[in-house]
Design a protein around this ligand. Structure first.
Ligand SMILES: NC(=O)c1ccc[n+]([C@@H]2O[C@H](COP(=O)([O-])OP(=O)(O)OC[C@H]3O[C@@H](n4cnc5c(N)ncnc54)[C@H](OP(=O)(O)O)[C@@H]3O)[C@@H](O)[C@H]2O)c1
Length: 277
């Protein structure tokens, strides 16, 4: 049996839908399981039970302090080994993201998995095209057309549509033996910048430095943990670390990835606009 954790999440639910569409039986694990799902909450390790699971897709909880994230993942890996899971697939972070503050718990978890006694596949996911626009915002001054405020400078990201990453994960889960001890770098085939998004939408960009971005985040009442995460993302993009493209994704998809610019622009259009005084 295949199990996918974080079943109510956007990525995991897309993986489950993709597996079901391919006629491959799979069960979701969730903190709030719906019918047919199993209870999985990494913060309650004693409750974890992977009996009967052959292939486990471990999707980390995300947005946790490093020590907590590592403890969650370590417990899940140890219990998977105890319960007889034979192949563990882990959604990690692209190597190009090593300077991101969120990278460390991923790298520690990869080591734990590689030493865990099960066969494994690491899916080093690139940045979702859906969140490429997260550091961007709209501003509008009186009657002037709205423009994009960006802390990203000339930086670009080889972003990937979440659905493509879900399809790649489904391909691995449907044939785990064909992907043993492989680390896939699932970045996009083209890099997208704030100027590209603005060009697609026919608007201007106002570039801001990281200091002004910090003030924007703090002024918006964002929790401190998330502020440092967003600043780290903006700085890493701005300094060019996430622009490198790769071939692993098209190879797992069996074709070209979705255009990340179209996805990023669509998300940006839906973002609220604020008036600048
Ligand atoms: N590559 C990227 O750009 C990128 C961006 C953002 C996040 N991520 C990572 O990718 C993961 C999936 O992304 P997403 O977009 O699907 O995020 P999402 O929609 O926020 O889903 C995250 C899911 O994690 C599960 N979760 C949270 N706390 C948990 C816990 N204590 N124990 C077990 N499961 C827990 C929840 O599923 P249930 O409610 O069903 O338990 C939640 O729905 C994230 O969690 C994060 O690690 C990657």
């Amino acid at each position: 049996m295949i199990m996918v954790t974080g079943a109510s999440g956007r990525f995991s639910s897309a993986v489950l839908a993709e597996l079901h569409a391919r006629g491959i039986p799979a069960v979701g694990g969730s903190r709030t399981p719906s019918a047919g799902q199993r209870h999985v909450d990494f913060s309650v390790p004693d409750s974890l039970d992977f009996n009967g699971v052959d292939t486990l897709l471990l999707v980390p909880a995300g947005a946790q302090e490093d020590d907590r994230q590592v403890a969650f993942n370590r417990a899940a890996v140890e219990i998977a080994a105890r319960d007889g899971v034979s192949h563990l697939v882990y959604t990690s972070l692209t190597g190009a993201g090593d300077h991101l503050s969120m990278a460390l718990p991923h790298r520690v978890t990869e080591r734990i998995i590689m030493a865990g006694g099960m066969t494994w596949t690491i899916l080093r996911n690139g940045v979702y095209a859906e969140i490429l626009g997260a550091p961007l915002s709209w501003e509008r001054q009186q009657e002037e057309p709205a423009r994009i405020v960006s802390p990203l400078g000339d930086g670009a990201v080889a972003a990937v549509a979440r659905q493509d990453l879900a399809r790649a994960a489904a391909s691995v889960l449907s044939d785990p033996g064909g992907h043993k001890e492989r680390v896939y770098e699932l970045v996009g085939s083209r890099a997208v910048s704030a100027a590209d998004v603005a060009g697609r939408l026919g608007c201007e960009v106002r570039d801001i430095g990281l200091g002004e971005y910090r003030q924007l985040l703090a002024g918006g009442g964002m929790p401190v943990f998330r502020q440092s995460l967003m600043l780290s993302i903006a700085s890493v993009i701005r300094h060019g670390f996430l622009a490198g493209t790769g071939d692993d994704l098209p190879s797992l998809l069996g074709g070209a990835p979705t255009d990340p610019l179209a996805v990023a622009a669509e998300v940006m259009v839906a973002r609220p606009q604020r008036h600048k005084t």
